[in-house]
Structures are given as structure tokens and as C-alpha cells.
Design a protein around this ligand. Structure first.
Ligand code: CO8
Length: 258
């Protein structure tokens, strides 16, 4: 087992959990934390025994953003070199569903990390925000692109230009989070959702995920073409036969490819 310093990894059944663990800095995303997170997540993605990945922080903070104290030292050329932003590529291309379980602060890069996940479950204590404008910069891990796709241009501009925080209730109403649960139930709720997903047939989960990802960046016509091809392809899997036969026989499906 790899030794990490800024995250904790564990598995329970077919669900992996990655806990961000820099309590002294409210889980600020240091280079080390990001590198470890991407390494652990892509390793779980490649593990056939893992069907879903939960990413979470502490009760007080999911993550309070990129590490401001470390960024203070950086210049234009350091950022342009792209090390920090390109590290996320592997994470964004995974085909194992990721669930962000957010309690407390999800600010800046923390909010952006949550938005890189497929599902966001928020504790009622969660606070989302893109406060970079207060630091004289703008979001740098995708916030200017993913936030308006999630909540629309006008809400996103309000958040990004004023730097204000949004509570869990407003975030759910705006479409930024999938579900809100009482803070004490967050871990359990995320585990349960992950288990449900991990119990499905993997080829259909991957097809669902890749078509959903396409929905964010293609035209409707192109997306519908992709969906038709992916839908047809699933009829070449044993699990499609099993899933539909199980329904007809009034029993639980016993999928072969989980
Ligand atoms: N970076 C570094 N340290 C942090 C960060 C951070 N983002 N957030 C909190 N900390 C540290 C504090 O400095 C403090 O440390 P210390 O005890 O040593 O002084 C400790 O965590 C606890 O924080 P506070 O004492 O401030 O706790 P409060 O409860 O008073 O406040 C807040 C909590 C409101 C969350 C406050 O900490 C805060 O405003 N944090 C910064 C939030 C922020 O601005 N985030 C955006 C960062 S920029 C970013 O994410 C850009 C991403 C793209 C980068 C692209 C690079 C290529």
C-alpha cells in the first residue's frame, strides 16, 4: 500500500474513499495533495474491484482552495508551465464514477474539485464559493467553465465576481449539488450512493458516464448520435441480456461485469 501524506485512502466493499487530510490548512490543495489524490484516484479507477470512488474532506472543510501560501511564491511563467493544472487530466478522464461528499468549506479549487466529480452530496453545513477574485485572480481549475454549466451564467457570475459563498440549500436549489443530507449522515449517505452505483453493470455505468461527459461539450445532435451508438453497443453485453431477463423473471439482476 502506497504511503500518502496529505490524503487517506480506504476501501469498503467495492467502494473506495479518498479523504483529504491537511487539517492544519483546511485541506488546501497543495501540489503534494493534488499529486497524491490524482495518483490514488487513477489507481482505484484501474482496479476492477472498485466500482465507485468517494472523495471527502473533514467536517470543517472539504477543501478551502488551492494553497494560497504556496501560490504566493509563483510567477506568470510558473503557472504558464502548467504543471498544476495539467495534473488533473488523468482525474477528469476516469470512467469510475466519483462522488464528492462535501462538508464545510468547498472554496476555490475545493469547489472546482467537487465539480470535477460526477455527483456532489452536500452536508447541510456545506459552503461553496469561488473567492479567487478576493485574491486578485480568477478560478484556475475549471470554475469559470463548470460553474456556469452547473448553475447558469447569472448565478455563476454572481459567485465568481463577488466571491460570496453559497450554502447547501441554495446550492441544491441552483443545481450545484445532487443531494443535501444532515452533516452527521454525510459519509454514510455517500457510501450508500456509491454502493448502489458499484452494484450496477460496469459497461452500462461507463457508457452512462461517457455520454454524460459528452453532454457537457457536444451539440445535441452529436450527443444523441453518441448515445445511440453507446446504447446499441450495450446490447452486445451479457449484462444487458441478464438485466432484461431478470426483469422478465421478476428477480434481481446478477450482473457479471461489475
Ligand atoms: N491556502 C492555504 N492555507 C489556507 C487556505 C488556503 N486556501 N485556507 C485556509 N488556510 C489555512 C489558514 O491560513 C489557517 O492557517 P494558520 O492557522 O496557519 O493561519 C488555517 O488554514 C485555518 O484557516 P482560518 O484561520 O482562515 O479559518 P477561518 O475559519 O477563520 O476561515 C476560511 C475559513 C473562510 C475558509 C478562510 O480560511 C479562507 O478564506 N480561506 C481561503 C479561501 C480561498 O480564498 N480559497 C481560494 C484559493 S485560490 C484557488 O483555489 C485557485 C485554484 C486554481 C489554482 C490554479 C493554479 C494553476
Amino acid at each position: 500500500q502506497t504511503q500518502y501524506t496529505a490524503i487517506i485512502t480506504e476501501t469498503q466493499g467495492r467502494v473506495a474513499t479518498i479523504t483529504l487530510n491537511r487539517p492544519e490548512a483546511l485541506n488546501a490543495l497543495s501540489n503534494t495533495l493534488i499529486a497524491e489524490l490524482v495518483e490514488a484516484a487513477t489507481a482505484f479507477d484501474a482496479d476492477p474491484n472498485i466500482g465507485a470512488i468517494v472523495i471527502t474532506g473533514s467536517e470543517r472543510a472539504f477543501a478551502a482552495g488551492a494553497d494560497i501560501k504556496a501560490m504566493l511564491e509563483l510567477e506568470y511563467s510558473d503557472i504558464l508551465a502548467g504543471g498544476l493544472t495539467s495534473t488533473w487530466n488523468g482525474f477528469e478522464q476516469m470512467l469510475t464514477p466519483t462522488i464528492a461528499a462535501v462538508s464545510g468549506f468547498a472554496l476555490g479549487g475545493g469547489c472546482e474539485l467537487a465539480m470535477m466529480c460526477d455527483i456532489i452530496i452536500a452536508a447541510d453545513s456545506a459552503k461553496f464559493g469561488q473567492p479567487e477574485i478576493n485574491l486578485g485572480v480568477i478560478p484556475g481549475f475549471g470554475g469559470t467553465q463548470r460553474l456556469p454549466r452547473a448553475i447558469g451564467k447569472y448565478k455563476a457570475a454572481d459567485m465568481i465576481l463577488t466571491g460570496r459563498m453559497m450554502g447547501a440549500e441554495e446550492a441544491e436549489r441552483s443545481g450545484l449539488v445532487s443531494r443535501v443530507v444532515p452533516a452527521a449522515e454525510l459519509r454514510e449517505a455517500a457510501q450508500q450512493v456509491a454502493e448502489v452505483i458499484a452494484s450496477k453493470s460496469r459497461p452500462s455505468v461507463q457508457a452512462a458516464l461517457s455520454t454524460l461527459q459528452a453532454a457537457e461539450e457536444t451539440s445535441l445532435a452529436e450527443g444523441l448520435r453518441l448515445e445511440r451508438t453507446a446504447f446499441a453497443a450495450l446490447f452486445a453485453t451479457e449484462d444487458q441480456t441478464e438485466g432484461m431477463r431478470a426483469f422478465a423473471e421478476k428477480r434481481e439482476a446478477n450482473f457479471k461485469h461489475r
